[in-house]
Design a protein around this ligand. Structure first.
Ligand SMILES: [Zn+2]
Length: 129
């Protein structure tokens, strides 16, 4: 343990001895160590990385077919980091995020918020005409 501590101490002293080089490599190090990123912006569901790490939505209820816009994902990346995979996503307007659509005449429910008589907002399933 004593030997290891001594080695670390010498390394730190060595870095302090060349402040100009340390400062320059410090800037580069910020991009390489811990914060590496390769951020790609996606214009829409047709972009190459639009569905990276976006899971397919399970089919629920009576919905018939995968959404033609988001291809069953319900959302897509508007921005994704190809190294860290942090992303910003947009919800599909066509299927409201369900990933599936109704092709027949069955009513399709969607999440909506209404005000209760008591004055509190409440989630409900609304049906478009
Ligand atoms: Zn969709």
């Amino acid at each position: 343990m004593v030997a290891a501590g001594t080695t670390i101490g010498k390394a730190r002293a060595g870095n302090h001895a060349t402040p100009a080089r340390v400062a320059r490599s410090g800037v580069e190090g910020r991009q390489v160590i811990g914060h590496a990123s390769d951020i790609v912006h996606c214009d829409g569901p047709d972009s190459p990385h639009a569905f990276d790490t976006v899971p397919l939505q399970p089919r629920t209820g009576s919905l018939d077919a995968k959404c033609p816009v988001c291809h069953g994902h319900g959302q897509w990346n508007t921005e994704i980091d190809l190294i860290g995979f942090r992303c910003k996503r947009a919800i599909c307007d066509r299927c409201h995020g369900a990933g599936w659509i109704e092709t027949g005449s069955d009513p399709v429910g969607r999440a909506d918020i209404v005000m209760t008589p008591e004055g509190y907002p409440q989630w409900v399933v609304a049906f478009d005409p």
